[in-house]
Design a protein around this ligand. Structure first.
Ligand SMILES: Nc1nc2c(ncn2[C@@H]2O[C@H](COP(=O)(O)OP(=O)(O)OP(=O)(O)O)[C@@H](O)[C@H]2O)c(=O)[nH]1
Ligand SMILES: [Zn+2]
Length: 221
């Protein structure tokens, strides 16, 4: 799965002059995987975990829990089954609009790859179109592809920015993720109010302070 992630993270946004070379859409490298056949084996694994924590997996309330837990885990990681091409569904439109497009506060649910517990928060995305715009729901769908995996917040942030770059080759992209990590809340240091903020700025949003400020002011409350 690491290879699959890697293939989505090696492009950059175009420069402010819009003359940078055309990006190759590498999404075809990402193979679709169907994992429903794993349900039986995953259920057995969860049954073992239930026994190991000291419960009786055969008691009525827990009888179907291994299968439910396996289904839930497959849902939490459904991003491994999705490709950028799938979610874009060709909803890329030629549009002579060169002002910033921002979609903010997109809910995000992910799984911390260190502890396999959730981290939850919101994602704000802005981009400067370069003759093409994305269907706005596709920004949220891109968040789903990469958040529904085992992740670290920094990588998630970058992958979202890279995917938008691949999709529409904009003049700039900014992504800000704010999240609460349950591994810091329910265990470990147990800090319930700590919020982690990560950002990736590409192209004009990286190089031009005015564009970056515009993005950051638009996503402020
Ligand atoms: N940078 C980064 N770190 C993360 C993320 N999610 C969890 N972590 C950290 O991963 C680290 C793992 O540290 P370890 O010392 O190996 O694990 P641990 O003993 O469980 O650590 P504690 O959480 O401090 O109890 C912890 O500091 C977590 O806070 C993330 O998205 N990004
Ligand atoms: Zn964690």
């Amino acid at each position: 799965m690491a290879d699959q992630l890697h293939s989505d993270s090696d492009s950059t946004a175009h420069g402010c002059n819009g003359n940078a070379k055309k990006q190759q859409d590498a999404t075809s490298i990402v193979e679709r995987r169907q994992r429903d056949h794993l349900l039986g084996e995953m259920s057995s694994a969860y049954k073992s975990v239930i026994s190991m924590v000291g419960e009786n997996p055969e008691r009525q309330g827990l009888k179907k829990t291994p299968e439910r837990a396996a289904k839930a885990m497959l849902f939490f990681t459904k991003g491994y089954d999705e490709t950028l091409d799938d979610v874009l569904n060709e909803a890329i439109f030629d549009e002579d609009h060169d002002e910033m497009v921002v979609v903010k506060d997109i809910e995000m649910f992910s799984i911390c790859e260190h502890h396999m517990v959730p981290f939850i928060g919101k994602v704000s995305i802005g981009y400067l179109p370069n003759k093409r715009v994305l269907g706005i729901s596709k920004l949220a769908r891109i968040v789903e592809i990469y958040s529904r995996r085992m992740q670290v917040q920094e990588r998630l942030t970058k992958q979202i920015a890279m995917a938008i770059t691949k999709a529409v080759q904009p003049n700039g992209v900014g992504v800000v993720v704010e999240a609460t990590h349950m591994c810091m809340v329910m265990r470990g240091v147990q800090k319930i109010n700590a919020v982690t903020v990560t950002s990736t700025m590409l192209g004009c949003l990286r190089d031009d302070p005015k564009s970056r400020e515009e993005f950051l002011s638009l996503i402020k409350k």
